[in-house]
Design a protein around this ligand. Structure first.
Ligand code: 5RP
Length: 233
């Protein structure tokens, strides 16, 4: 089974948690893309679904498939958001934002009664941090914000190089007009403390740590789908 087959298997498993009449959040990335395709199939079969996309890329894909879209202004509470992740641990804490959509992904997931993560088993880790943590930052005062991010790392027991994400020789710009700093921490210590410290920095719009948001993960392995549930705290 190829990696893409695993991503598709995870995405198709999520369809079992969806029914006609639901309001959905549609994630971003190569795994979520398979889920959006599957939603498109259900719409063609006649299911009544209305969806909020988490990025312009997902919006375009959904529009192309004839999926009815809404906004969080029209529909502020969604039933389920299904999205991928760059890493997840056994507490269903996530690193997201590899595709640059972390801010809208977090807003949409936090507006949903349930968040389901879909992933191939390479995303499951014992400790978060091998995947560089994306932090979305306002371009104004970028250097000063970077210094404060380093201080937040030191305060929470973390350390690692920070790199401005580039695309085609220019800083990568998110759908919200911001830039992304990728923080190679290797192994994230005190995840909650780091998340709180990053959230308190004025130039930080949001970071890719999703804590206490996902309640179910559908992990595709060569032997089938593994379901991970977050224990209520
Ligand atoms: C985009 C994300 C994606 O969910 C994450 O990068 C996983 O993507 P993929 O399914 O392509 O591996 O957070 O911002």
């Amino acid at each position: 089974m190829s990696l893409d087959d695993l991503k598709k298997a995870a995405a198709l498993a999520a369809i079992a948690h969806i029914s006609s009449g639901m309001k959905l959040g549609l994630g971003t990335g190569s795994t979520a893309k398979h889920f959006v395709d599957a939603v498109g199939e259900k719409v063609k079969e006649g299911w009544d679904l209305v969806c909020v996309p988490t990025s312009e890329a997902t919006r375009k894909q959904a529009e192309g498939l004839g999926i009815r879209l809404t906004t969080l202004d029209e529909t502020p509470v969604l039933d389920v958001t299904v999205d991928g992740a760059d890493e997840l641990d056994s507490d269903l804490r996530l690193i997201k934002g590899g595709g640059g959509a972390l801010l809208r992904e977090k807003i949409v997931a936090s507006s949903s009664r349930k968040m389901i993560v879909i992933a191939d088993d390479s995303k499951k880790v014992a400790t978060l941090g091998k995947f560089p943590l994306p932090v979305e930052v306002v371009p104004f005062g970028l250097k000063a914000t970077g210094v404060k991010i380093e201080q937040a790392f030191a305060w929470s027991g973390n350390k690692g190089p920070i790199t401005l994400r580039m695309r085609d020789g220019k800083p990568y710009v998110t759908d919200n007009g911001n830039v992304i700093l990728d923080c190679a921490l290797g192994r994230i210590e005190n995840v909650e403390k780091l998340a709180a410290a990053l959230s308190s920095i004025p130039g930080v719009v949001d970071h890719g740590l999703f804590i206490g948001m996902a309640s179910l993960a559908l992990i595709a392995t060569a032997h089938g789908i593994q379901e991970l549930r977050r224990q209520a705290s």
